[in-house]
Write a protein of this length. Structure first.
Ligand code: HEM
Length: 282
């Protein structure tokens, strides 16, 4: 374990130093670099003094802190978003009506303005949220009580007891999501009048956890997932190769820290223009 951590730390430290050199040269690309932005924010904190100022005071302490930020972002953000997108693409294949609606929304948007346009993609936002309701990337989460406690509903928890919750089970409870809880219905997240996305309370939808230790990368995760989904769906059809996707026969899952699709999702990628030109020929 120690050896493995050392390998990862050294690799990431190389990235931190490379970003530092970019900043020192005042290179233009550093403006876009998340790491450089983080470093700049830390310099501002350090300039303000106080506890954080001391913490980031020495160049070595700052480098180590940035290294740990990168490692935790990768650990927290890579397997989670890829798990969500895998199930999302499968669910779209099993629900062609929803795939059509996502396609119509992303095709309407200009690619040059994606940053701004992503915010306006309410149906895509709803579809990704709905996919994570049925297949939450972190399906089970645990806490250990540090001291005797009483939960808001009156349940007693003694010091040292585990308190777990399953976002997977909660996402499939008729009491929380109604009789159609097993169906993939992005529309349930859209306001009836405006068609705008309406978020659910973390106590009902704990996919990003809730309270003071809730996910810090939620907004960034949505930007990444929407950008990838929009770029793919705009140009390609994604067709699972194993069997026609159907909600009655979902692929098996595999429990790791994240909810993986067993064996992964093998797909055939088809260019949309090919479909269109084939249609024109007919
Ligand atoms: C679909 C994608 C994601 C899901 C479902 C997700 C879910 C979660 C959950 C359930 C937790 C609570 C873990 C716990 O304390 O038991 C968490 C924490 C965290 N997440 Fe995410 N996450 C996602 C993406 C990301 C991304 C992209 C980043 C960073 C760029 C990120 C950064 C973090 C961090 C830093 C924490 C720790 C917060 C703390 O303990 O104060 N996450 N996430």
């Amino acid at each position: 374990m120690r050896e493995a951590v050392r390998v990862i730390d050294e690799y990431v430290m190389g990235m931190v130093e490379a970003a530092e050199q970019l900043r020192a040269r005042g290179a233009e690309e550093q403006e876009q670099h998340l790491l450089s932005r983080f470093a700049a924010a830390m310099d501002e904190e350090a300039a303000l003094g106080g506890e954080l100022g001391e913490m980031f005071g020495s160049p070595d302490a700052k480098r180590r802190f940035l290294r740990d930020v990168v490692v935790s972002f990768v650990l927290a953000g890579k397997d989670t978003t890829s798990s969500a997108l895998t199930w999302f693409f499968w669910l779209l294949a099993a629900n062609p009506r929803c795939e059509r609606r996502v396609y119509e929304e992303v095709a309407r948007c200009s690619e040059a303005e994606y940053d701004e346009e992503l915010k306006g993609m309410h149906y895509l936002h709803a579809a990704i949220t709905e996919a994570m309701r049925l297949y939450p990337p972190v399906p089970i989460n645990s806490r250990v009580a540090a001291a005797d406690d009483v939960l808001p509903d009156g349940t007693t928890v003694r010091a040292g007891w585990f308190a777990d919750y399953s976002a997977y089970a909660m996402g499939r409870m008729p009491r929380l999501w109604g009789p159609r809880c097993r169906e993939f219905l992005p529309e349930r997240w859209l306001d009836v009048d405006q068609g705008e996305f309406v978020a659910a309370d973390a106590a009902r939808y704990p996919v990003f956890h809730g309270g003071p230790r809730a996910c810090l990368g939620k907004e960034m995760a949505y930007v990444q997932m929407k950008a990838v989904a929009a770029a793919v769906i705009r140009r390609f059809r994604v067709e699972p190769v194993r069997a026609p996707a159907s909600m009655d026969a979902p692929p098996p899952y595999e429990m790791a820290v994240t909810l993986r699709m067993k064996g992964g999702l093998r797909v055939r990628i088809r260019r949309r223009e090919d479909d269109d030109s084939a249609r024109k020929c007919l």
